[in-house]
Every structure is written in structure tokens, then in C-alpha cells.
Design a protein around this ligand. Structure first.
Ligand SMILES: [Zn+2]
Length: 678
């Protein structure tokens, strides 16, 4: 996947401090989807595919969506895209997978997984979660994970494999995620080029700032750092000359409409730009640091992030994760620091499993992301910043998440970048090695407070111990408990340690915890978490076996759709989801298109239904006599059709007026050959 990192050149020696550079620009990459005019011709097609999904009760609709179908179907593009994107490779870009026999296992990204329940099967090219039941292929994985439709997922995968989906260029211009990724990448490139080459004194100042921070040219290029000029219209002017749609720039959070008067303004002004990338290495947003010398510095915040967009969520994304995740796999941990330059300096000095939050405190969503790549998270506190709230929040996460959360403390007065520059990577590694788990950290903190600096031996006196245990348990009581057996074991271990450290009986600690939980309203009962699952099950109302089997057979063998269509109408299927699938297959048949699942998914664009369909198809593939099975099923439907009449006959038989009438009714029943079948 082409991104700004590909533009790296070797002009600056890799280990030299980044020095101001001017001079000739490198090749100027053109905006990859520069045919902006084509977008305006396309909304009909975009709208229609969603309209199809949203209008299940209109059979045989033929809309402009078929235009879109046309290019999807051309040369079996879907198949081509799937073959070029191995499911293990693609899923492996989102989470860590470990080989386990013939398949690969990892933590499921679709539920709060505590043991690797997510199974990726390279032979079948399918994934399945044994815990939450998610199932599908590489396209549905991207759909589910990135919350995009079928076509967008297909586009993302096509571009990953360098497949041109539509050589005519008409249908690839989408207002979706792929377009937004393009525009953010384009902007990153503009900022980056500006930092490297702009002759203005401000850009010069930005280069000097980074050089003074000790960042090398290699780091600046590898991480695509940039500079956003002061003017306020710089980026929108670039967009206009480059043919980039302003509405996309606005959607990406880079420009905003002026509050007074017409036009837009750049949201990042006079700032060093740190592109924020997702774990796959795609730039999704920016963090900007104002130049210290800027006249804007007095009234603008020092750091500023992209607003939340469909790509970027400030409270979830982690700076440096695209690089750190690979190192985390072997290191077994990921460290969390506060600043962008802390991350960059750590990486530059070879301590790579380091990321930063976007100016927000570490939260459970961060931890769930981090745990996909490493079992241990080390939270790095400044010596003076590890106040009570920070410690308590870390403990709450430790209690409620299946994670080894450890806390490391920096020497007083130093941030990680300072420490690395002053004392080198080994000093920083020593800080990380000295991390203690969050409970230990809290206990030490509490005991130090109670013991007036005496961390060991344990606090003297009943009152001191009482206050210490209250302080720890009140945090634990408030945190949602980790569900299941793992949660129970973890809680047992925590309580055991608290009791031991505070020289209390375990039962006493448990009793006090129960009291505190009751006071908090008992919101910690793990059983309350199971409710959504039950709701989900209710929503998936059971289908009649013959209806389910029909779709199993048809989805596994597309040629049989023609046979079914000759004798069975979609209205005869009672289950709404299955009926929608059958209607879709018939629509494909009527349109002369292949009646297979990939085409059907493009048409429905409903991930939940597609998942169901794939499961049905999998079962159907295990059926060796699908044609015979279909014949039997069609007979069954034939019987169902006659059932109302049959019921009527049986009712009359129960009250016959005379013997002859009863005999006649029996004869009718027999000739219909349905006695006993109702
Ligand atoms: Zn799952």
C-alpha cells in the first residue's frame, strides 16, 4: 500500500540529527483519485446499492445499482480480490495470530475476548469465533472490523493487493472510507513536503525544532512528520489546485467552514504535524504541536488533534502502534507514554514497543487494542504526574480487563524523551523493567502515604491499615469485575495479595469488598453482561428446518437456484432473513448474473445476513447430494402449500355427517398422498 513512507529518500544520513534542508523537491505524487469530476456523476449508483439493502419488500427491483454490479461482476473481480488477499495475512494486520495446528488463533476483535477464541482457517479462507460466533471470509472481516459496506471492503482489499477494480475510473470514486483514507494520505504528503522543502522561515523554524529535539532525518521521514503553515488557507488552496474535494477535507477534519463569511479555514496552523496511523499503517488523522515561536501559541492549545472522523477516534487510537505492534510480538509488552516525541525518540533509539495515547488517559478501549498485540501493558508515569487519579484509573483497568497492567515511574523531572537523550535507551529500558503491576503500585502508593515515606515494613496501627484497605477496595469495588472463571481467579489473587500486604485475614477483605460493592449498587454482577447475548439470540428467530436447508443447498450450489425458482416463490419462506436471501438469488437469476454468494452479498450489503449465508453455505458444502436434497425439499414445500387444504379435510373428518361422507374424505386424503404428513 503506497503511503508517505514510500517517498523516503536517503538524502539525510540515517543517523544524523535532522538538519534544515532546502532545495529541489522529490517527485510530486499526484492525488491517486484525481478524477474528482467523476464523483458527481456517481451518487445514483452509490445510493442505489444501499436502497436495495433497505428495501427487502420490493422483489425484482432493477435500479441503477446494476451499474455498480456491472463492474463488480466484470471478470469475476470479487473472486480475484479474495484470491489476492489471504485471510491469514489480512487478519494478521489487524491482530496477532499464532499458528495452532492447521489454523491460526488470536483474540477476537468482535467481542471482549479473554482467551484466543478467534480461529482463522487458511484452507477454507474463513474465520470463526468460537465464543461470539462471528464467522466469515476476508471481505466480511474488513466489513465488520472497519464498519464499511461490502463494496468499500472490496475496494480496500483491492487496493491492498494493487488490483484496479474499475479501469474506467467511474465506480471507484466513492465517498467512503477509502476516499477518506486517500485524502488524509494526500494531506500528510503535503505537510511532509512542506516540512522538508518549504523555504519559509516558519518551516525552517519547524525543522530546527525537530532537530533540537534530537530527531533524525530518518525518523522524520519514516514517521512522515510535517509542517502546517500559518496562513489558514494553505491546505484548501493546495486542494483546489490539486483537484481534491474540499468536502472530503472537511470530513477528514482538516478544514472547517468559517464562522463568519464564506469559505473555509485550515484547522492546523503553524504546527508540527504528527500523522497518526492505524495498526495497518494507514494515516487516519493528525496530532499537531504549535511552533513554540508562533504568534498563535498564546491563545491556541499546545497540542491539537484531528476531530473524531469516520477514520479517527481520539479516545481509541494510539500513536506509533503501526510500528510498535511488530516489536511487541517479540518483546511481550507494549509501553504507553504521553507524547509523540517520546514515542519517536524511543523508536529511534531502538525501544520500539512504545505507543502514546492522544492526550487522553489510558482507557479500557486502548487496553483492548493493546492486548491484541501483547499480553502486558506498561503504563509510563512521570514521577510528578502519577497522582492519585492516575493510579486509581490504572488499578480500575487492571481489575476489569484481562491484562497484565504494570506501571513504571520515570526519574523526577524527566519525560521519556529527556531520559532517552540524557541517558540512552538502557536507562529507559531499566525504567520499563522496573514496572510493577497496578495493584502493587497502588499498595505502595497507599502505604507510602500512610507510613510517611516508609514503604516497608507494612503500615503500623489498625487505623492506618483500615484506611489503606479502604483506599484500595473502593477502587476495586467500583470497577466492573472481569467476567467468567478468569475473572474469579484474578479477583481471588488480588484479594489474597491485599490481605497479605496489609496483614489482614482474606475473609475480612472479601467481606469489606462485598459491602462496598453493595453500596455502589451491585453493578458488578457479571451475569448482567450476558443479557445482550440473549437479546441477540431472540432476534435470530429460528427458521423452519426445510427453509434453512433450502438456502444451505442453494448457496452451496448456485446452479440449483434455477431449479428452485421454477417451483418455489420467495413468499413461501416464512423466515425474513432467509426470504431475503432467496429473493436476492432470484433477482440475480432474473438479471442473468451468477447466482453465487459473492454476488448476493454485493447486492444485499448486509454483513449480518452475509455471515448467516456463509454459515449456511458451509453446511451446504458438506452435503454430498445437494440435487437430491433439493428435490426432497421442494416436495416438502409442495406439501406445505397443500397443508391448509389438508387441515380443512381433517377437520371435516372429525365430524362426518355419515359413513359415506367420511369414506369420501378419507379417499381424498389418500389420493393427495399426504396422510400422516401433516
Ligand atoms: Zn468473538
Amino acid at each position: 500500500m503506497a503511503d508517505s513512507r514510500e517517498g523516503v529518500d536517503a538524502r539525510t544520513p540515517s543517523n544524523a540529527t535532522f538538519v534544515p534542508t532546502t532545495g529541489a523537491m522529490r517527485r510530486r505524487p499526484s492525488f491517486p483519485f484525481g478524477r474528482v469530476a467523476a464523483v458527481r456523476n456517481l451518487p445514483v449508483a452509490i445510493v442505489s446499492i444501499h436502497a436495495v439493502a433497505g428495501a427487502p419488500n420490493q422483489p425484482h427491483r432493477r435500479t441503477a445499482g446494476s451499474r455498480l454490479q456491472g463492474w463488480l461482476l466484470a471478470d469475476d473481480r470479487v473472486k480475484q480480490v479474495k484470491e489476492a488477499n489471504d485471510i491469514v495475512e489480512v487478519v494478521g494486520e489487524y491482530l496477532s495470530l499464532r499458528k495452532a495446528g492447521p489454523t491460526y488463533k488470536g483474540l477476537c476483535p468482535f467481542h471482549d475476548d479473554h482467551h484466543p477464541s478467534f480461529d482463522v482457517d487458511p484452507r477454507r479462507q474463513r474465520y470463526r469465533c468460537w465464543s461470539c460466533g462471528k464467522y466469515g471470509d476476508v471481505i466480511s472481516f474488513v466489513q465488520e472490523h472497519d464498519h464499511v459496506g461490502f463494496v468499500e471492503a472490496l475496494q480496500l482489499l483491492a487496493r491492498r493487493a494493487n488490483i484496479e477494480l474499475d479501469p474506467s475510473g467511474a465506480a471507484t470514486d466513492f465517498q467512503g472510507r477509502a476516499r477518506l483514507l486517500d485524502v488524509v494520505r494526500w494531506a500528510a504528503q503535503q505537510f511532509h513536503e512542506c516540512l522538508l522543502d518549504d523555504p519559509s522561515p516558519q518551516a525552517e523554524e519547524a525543522r530546527r525544532y525537530l532537530g533540537e529535539r534530537g530527531l533524525t532525518g530518518e525518523t522524520v521521514r519514516k514517521y512522515g512528520l510535517g509542517y502546517a503553515p500559518r496562513s489558514g488557507t494553505w491546505l484548501s488552496q493546495k486542494a483546489e489546485t490539486g483537484g481534491v474535494a474540499l468536502e472530503l477535507l472537511e470530513k477528514a477534519g482538516l478544514i472547517a467552514p468559517r464562522e463568519q463569511g464564506p469559505g473555509t479555514y485550515d484547522r492546523f496552523r503553524d504546527r508540527i504535524q504528527f500523522p497518526i496511523r492505524n495498526p495497518q499503517g494507514q494515516t487516519i488523522g493528525f496530532g499537531g504541536r504549535i511552533l513554540p515561536s508562533s504568534p498563535l501559541a498564546a491563545r491556541a492549545p499546545k497540542y491539537y488533534n484531528s476531530s473524531d472522523t469516520p477514520l479517527f477516534i481520539k479516545s481509541e487510537n494510539l500513536y506509533g502502534i503501526d510500528q510498535a505492534r511488530h516489536a511487541a510480538a517479540s518483546a511481550g509488552y507494549l509501553a504507553v507514554v504521553e507524547g509523540y516525541t517520546d514515542v519517536l525518540m524511543a523508536h529511534q533509539m531502538g525501544v520500539v514497543p512504545v505507543v502514546a495515547t492522544m492526550g487522553t488517559a489510558l482507557n479500557a478501549r486502548h487496553v483492548r487494542q493493546l492486548r491484541r498485540f501483547a499480553p502486558r501493558v506498561v503504563l509510563v508515569f512521570d514521577a510528578d504526574a502519577g497522582g492519585d487519579t492516575g493510579v486509581d484509573r490504572a488499578l480500575a483497568i487492571f481489575v476489569s480487563q484481562d491484562v497484565e497492567l504494570a506501571v513504571a515511574t520515570l526519574p523526577a523531572g524527566l519525560d521519556p524523551c529527556d531520559l532517552l537523550l540524557a541517558q540512552g535507551p538502557d536507562a529507559f529500558r531499566a525504567v520499563l523493567d522496573g514496572a510493577v503491576d497496578a495493584l502493587e503500585f497502588k499498595l505502595t502508593h497507599v502505604l507510602a502515604g500512610e507510613g510517611r515515606g516508609g514503604v516497608t515494613p507494612p503500615v503500623q496501627g489498625v487505623e492506618g491499615r483500615r484506611r489503606a484497605v479502604e483506599s484500595v477496595l473502593s477502587v476495586i469495588a467500583q470497577a466492573p469485575a472481569l467476567p467468567g472463571h478468569a475473572g474469579a481467579v484474578k479477583m481471588q489473587l488480588l484479594i489474597n495479595r491485599i490481605a497479605h500486604r496489609l496483614a489482614l485475614k482474606e475473609e475480612t477483605v472479601w467481606a469489606r469488598l462485598d459491602e462496598l460493592r453493595k453500596q455502589r449498587g451491585g453493578a458488578t454482577d457479571p451475569r448482567s453482561r450476558q443479557k445482550p447475548v440473549a437479546d441477540d439470540a431472540e432476534r435470530k428467530a429460528p427458521a423452519a428446518p426445510e427453509e434453512r436447508q433450502l438456502l444451505e443447498v442453494l448457496l452451496a450450489e448456485p446452479d440449483l437456484v434455477l431449479v428452485a425458482a421454477e417451483s418455489l416463490r420467495p413468499e413461501e419462506i416464512a423466515h425474513p432473513g432467509l426470504r431475503l436471501l432467496l429473493e436476492g438469488l432470484y433477482d440475480l437469476l432474473a438479471a442473468g448474473e451468477p447466482t453465487d454468494l459473492d454476488q448476493l452479498r454485493a447486492r444485499l450489503d448486509n454483513p449480518r445476513l452475509a455471515e448467516r449465508a456463509m454459515k449456511l453455505q458451509e453446511v451446504g458444502r458438506g452435503n454430498s447430494d445437494r440435487a437430491g436434497c433439493l428435490r426432497m425439499l421442494l416436495n416438502l414445500f409442495e406439501e406445505r402449500r397443500r397443508r391448509p387444504a389438508l387441515q380443512e379435510l381433517q377437520n371435516r373428518l372429525q365430524a362426518p355427517s355419515d359413513h359415506e361422507a367420511a369414506l369420501e374424505l378419507l379417499r381424498q386424503l389418500t389420493t393427495r398422498n399426504v396422510v400422516g404428513a401433516g
